[in-house]
Write a protein that binds this ligand. Sequence first.
Ligand code: SF4
Ligand code: SF4
Length: 382
Amino acid sequence: MRADAAPDLLDAPSLATLADRCVQCGLCLPHCPTYRLEGVESESPRGRIAYVKAIATGLLAPTDTGDQHLEHCLGCRRCEVVCPAGVEMERLLVGARTSQSRRRPLAFTTRARLALLARPGLLKALLGLYRLTFNILSASWRPLPVPGRGSHRSYRGAAERGDATVAIFVGCVAGPYESLTRAALIRLFEATGASVAIPSGQGCCGTAAAHAGDAEGAERLSAANRQAFAGQATVLSLASGCQHGLAESLAGVAPVEDALAFLEVHSDPLRFHSAGGSSVALHLPCTQRVLETDSALRRLLARVPDLDLIELPDTGCCGAAGLHMLAEPERAARLREPLLIALEASGAVELLSSNIGCRLHLGNGSKIPVRHPIEFLAEHLA
Ligand code: SF4
Ligand code: SF4
């Protein structure tokens, strides 16, 4: 969500008004991954809303335990989709966490991670060092898979193009990790006759900062992206986890679309060659389910002949959830476990997933290679 919307939620009446929409029906509970993990009310949307409301109305003083349950929220928005009362959980979460960070400063590790996400050059340099030293690091020092070498050469000509049909949003950690994905996306779009730009000056979408309660940091990132994408006809997001926050940041500046959904609409000229009967697993991130771009992806993949596509069951959030996989590795691993079991049982030779955070988290827990569906599609372009 747009981070500059957060300050108006800081006052208790605004948070209480948002929380008041909850009629406590409990329909969201079975859909909430943290409730499914723990089975306790305080780890459910209803429990979190009640806690925020109790503080906002002065019924309760904030407690460490209550704050922790709030911090465990993954921001997956699965509860919003099923809520009959229209509760805006993400808005409530951002407001509550912003308020929380004002009374209790963010942990040093959270501030350090957010600072890195806001500095793509430094992040890229550190990930380069991580790649070089990966083989000598112990398992506890490998929170992310090894970044690929990638190649920027293949899309260097796309940078700064003024007359482009679409502009690509790069993001933060996806910068070094998605180099080949962006090259694949450009290849696919150029095959449709479209031209692609990668505007400079862009950065992180700010969702991680907003969810952590750093409203000012999130707004700085939003402002930089508004400037970088001003005048673009359409901005494409390769990461489903960034799309919603980016769209809110760029509201009134440029429309933001899911790269796969946009490609599917313009994919008539594309032809794909046979996958040779390969068994490939498909993971649908929470954000892709919420944004309902999963059907477009299924339609695109269905155009690859002889593909044995195995859609993994919806076991709930994989546990990545932005900084959650780094801040709460044990919980993140527990949330991921059922998905990894289903992946192993599928017999698939690779896994496709459209969100960078999910791919990093899943890739770190499995020997089965994980990549973006765009790379698979580009590889099978006839
Ligand atoms: S579904 Fe909506 S109204 Fe019902 S308990 Fe959950 S958040 Fe509250
Ligand atoms: S956003 Fe996700 S984790 Fe948070 S309360 Fe809603 S369903 Fe649960």
